[in-house]
Write a protein that binds this ligand. Structure first.
Ligand SMILES: [Zn+2]
Length: 260
């Protein structure tokens, strides 16, 4: 049993009330929900992947096109961490909330597929997913196995079995636009929301960071669960600077079962 301070528990209890009263809740998740699963935060200073490497050089569309070997050396590390990761109690809590009919959709900045593995169904992946890859020449889409198999051979590039083109993981790289249809669908979800939950996102990356505004400017309530402050804290009904892997399961237990 997690021990929270009385003040924290009161905040979580109030957030649970908002879920019980809301007919349409939408959540935005970011790196903070997957760090307890061992997926490094791409952007936190000092510990993130971006501070180990130079992202604009490595995780960019330009590197993929002109130095695919360098690009895949980076992806190899990322995919190793990804394969080893398992959904944590926060991922599972959101899946439970959805299956209980208390969460209408989940929009994520994460590419790790852990929400899907935890059982969430209505998901929009703003930055794409590592679960699949697409051939840059003939656009054939395939599962991630072909990429993983190729990466076992040092120096090999994952290639399309049909045309020999280089496969690209279906993630949005620096220099790439977010898919228009996904972004539009996410905006629609937030516009119809009565309740917006931000979980594990520091809201520093646009356009994802501006999505909750679509809801709160139309009167939606806002809950922010994130380890560090965000620019929307002052507009939130409930703010909690806690580890989401601890706080979210408590919120969901209270919202669904009324006991923590
Ligand atoms: Zn191809």
């Amino acid at each position: 049993m997690t021990r929270f301070s009385g003040q924290t528990l009161t905040a979580i209890d109030f957030a649970a009330d908002l879920f019980r009263e809301s007919r349409c809740a939408v959540v935005l998740t970011g790196a903070g929900i997957s760090t307890p699963s061992g997926i490094p935060d791409f952007r936190s200073e000092g510990t993130g992947l971006w501070s180990r490497d130079e992202p604009l050089e490595v995780a960019s569309l330009t590197t993929f096109r002109y130095s695919p070997h360098q690009f895949y050396e980076w992806v190899r590390t990322l995919m190793g961490e990804w394969i080893a990761a398992e959904p944590n109690p926060a991922h599972r809590a959101l899946a439970e909330l959805e299956s209980a009919g208390r969460l209408q959709s989940l929009v994520t900045q994460n590419i790790d597929g852990l929400h899907q593995r935890a059982g969430s169904r209505r998901i929009l992946c703003l930055h794409g997913t590592l679960d699949s890859a697409t051939c840059g020449s003939c656009y054939r889409q395939t599962g991630s196995e072909e990429v993983l198999t190729a990466l076992r051979t040092p120096g090999a590039l994952p290639r399309c079995v049909r045309c020999g083109g280089v496969l690209k993981p279906d993630v949005i790289l620096f220099g790439e636009q977010l898919p228009r249809a996904t972004l539009d669908a996410a905006r629609r979800e937030f516009r119809r929301a009565e309740l917006v939950l931000v979980a594990g996102s520091s809201l520093e990356v646009v356009p994802a960071a501006s999505l909750p505004l679509e809801g709160i400017e139309r009167g939606a309530h806002l809950i922010v669960f994130n380890r560090i402050p965000t620019y929307l804290d002052e507009r939130a009904d409930v703010v909690l600077h806690e580890d989401v892997a601890l706080a979210l399961p408590t919120l969901v237990r209270l919202a669904l079962h009324d006991n923590a």
